[in-house]
Design a protein around this ligand. Structure first.
Ligand code: SF4
Length: 283
């Protein structure tokens, strides 16, 4: 029987892997002796930790790995994208978003439906010039049905305020609309199934600038996986909008030293939008 980790060590391993994922490191390798078989001298907690790490990184057990790599984001097949080419007049955008929400309905198109309490569609101004896109709902978001309402959401609110905006002036959504178990990274099949809805939201809102929060959002908006560090600091294009990539607020909570870097990224967005940061003291 494999050893189980204590809750503290399991949480620490998950946090470490999430830390590397936010830095754009997706692939982890274990030494062959650790992978093939543990001797009786092997620390069982270390062995279980290595197994857990593999399962977290891949999202599935090693035995279930497909022989060929899982494809990266591909052309969405859902009918929802057939409307993508049509622009929606500003006065019609709220209704168009509502119609899209109704089309999604009580969605069971991917496995993430099984564990969710609430589908998190998105939130904000249908005519927003700026859109933030994260990875997926966490526990707080799943409970409330709103994006970015936990600690990471509070930090995002602070980031928005620092940009001289209010939260209700931007639009916030995620790559997947249902919470992945244990906040794991969405599987490609899940992200590819759900992201067409997000793409339609972008097509309706037509933001001038999108800020991708973390590597998963950047991956599915750009259609290619690259280290976060290679994507930051410049302007990309996504569905007709300028795309800027920065750290996920959850990562910034774990490593506040990177807030300065994130602020530099947000200043690129501000420059594109012609925004000036409010003076210190809230004036
Ligand atoms: S994550 Fe998206 S595709 Fe999957 S069940 Fe939820 S709404 Fe549907």
């Amino acid at each position: 029987m494999p050893s189980r980790l204590s809750p503290e060590i399991e949480a620490a391993v998950r946090a470490r892997i999430a830390y590397f994922r936010d830095l754009g490191v997706f692939d982890f390798y274990r030494r062959a002796d650790a992978a093939v078989g543990m001797t009786t001298e092997t620390d069982p907690e270390s062995a279980a930790s290595a197994q857990l790490e593999t399962e977290i990184v891949t999202g599935i057990s090693a035995a279930a790995l497909p022989e060929t790599p899982t494809p990266m984001p591909s052309a969405p097949a859902l009918s929802v994208l057939t409307e993508a080419a049509k622009s929606v007049a500003p006065n019609d955008r709220a209704a168009a978003l509502q119609a899209l929400r109704e089309e999604i309905g009580d969605c069971t198109r991917c496995a993430l439906a099984q564990g969710r309490h609430n589908l998190v569609f998105g939130d904000g101004d249908p005519n927003a010039r700026l859109m933030f896109i994260g990875e997926g709902p966490g526990a707080d978001e799943d409970a409330q049905g709103l994006p970015f309402v936990g600690r990471a959401g509070q930090l995002l609110n602070n980031m928005i305020t620092a940009m001289g905006l209010r939260r209700d002036q931007v639009y916030i959504a995620n790559i997947v609309k249902c919470r992945p178990p244990q906040n794991r990274v969405p599987e490609p099949i899940e992200a590819n199934t759900c992201s067409p809805f997000l793409f339609r939201q972008i097509d309706i809102i037509r933001p001038e600038v999108i800020v991708a929060l973390g590597s998963t959002a950047a991956t599915y908006l750009l259609g290619a996986k690259s280290p976060l560090g290679a994507l930051r600091g410049r302007i990309h294009q996504a569905r007709g909008s300028k795309l800027i990539v920065t750290y996920h607020p959850a990562f910034l909570l774990r490593d506040p030293r990177q807030k300065k870097e994130a602020w530099a990224d947000l200043q690129i967005a501000m420059k594109e939008l012609g925004l000036k940061a409010p003076k210190a003291g809230g004036q």
